[in-house]
Design a protein around this ligand. Structure first.
Ligand code: SF4
Ligand code: SF4
Length: 202
């Protein structure tokens, strides 16, 4: 058979030819290939849209697109819509989806990858202040190896500029002893910091 060699064949994905891929000297990848490469596990086109992940997802009710719909949108090369959606920032990485998936598609890892790609693309987070919360959470872990809620919330407030929205609840929890200023520090903090150093460029 003659003609251009098709490099990508997957359900719902537009195929690239060798000429497409090297157009203008640029080595192009499909959105699906980019995501699969970063997941580095089970290819997401193994999804057959049974929706078990979506049925079990505790946050699907609030998401702009259901988890299995995000898989479909990646296959349909809807990169701008996926990276600009609130869904990827609402995912809590609880991993309910992968425990339910009959095909071992790692939706939680996929959401992680999509968040990384959204930041790398300069788009940030659609959900207001979610990125500030992520950064405050990680800064607290890096500093102490554990979460210290009061310090993390102060950091979050400074990063987000959202000073008063839940002030009443914070004071109430503090008065009831639910927030401690002196949470213990992880003994082996050096190992935690090495993990951060090793993963910062991944
Ligand atoms: S549970 Fe797995 S196969 Fe089913 S829709 Fe979700 S990702 Fe796809
Ligand atoms: S990891 Fe994210 S997508 Fe999966 S069930 Fe939890 S919240 Fe939903």
């Amino acid at each position: 058979m003659t003609g251009k060699k098709i490099l990508v064949k997957s359900y719902g994905c537009l195929p690239l030819t060798e000429d497409d891929r090297t157009a203008n000297g640029v080595n192009m990848k499909t959105f699906l290939e980019e995501v699969n490469e970063k997941i580095n596990g089970v290819a997401i086109q193994r999804c057959y849209h049974c929706r078990k992940c979506t049925a079990g997802c505790p946050l699907a009710f609030a998401m702009e697109y259901n988890p299995n719909k995000v898989v479909k949108m990646i296959q349909m090369v809807m990169k701008k819509e996926v990276l600009g959606s609130s869904t990827i920032w609402l995912c809590a990485s609880c991993e309910t989806c992968i425990t339910r998936c009959p095909n071992e598609v790692d939706i939680a890892r996929m959401m992680d990858v999509l968040r990384e790609m959204a930041i790398a693309a300069g788009g940030g987070a659609k959900e207001k202040n979610v990125l500030s919360f992520h950064q405050a959470f990680l800064a607290s872990i890096k500093s102490r190896g554990r979460i210290n809620e009061p310090f993390m919330m102060v950091d979050y407030k400074l990063k987000s500029g959202d000073f008063f929205s839940d002030m009443g609840m914070g004071i109430s929890m503090f008065m009831k002893g639910k927030l401690s200023l002196s949470s213990p520090k992880t003994r082996d903090i050096d190992t935690i910091r090495k993990i951060f150093d090793k993963t910062k460029n991944l």
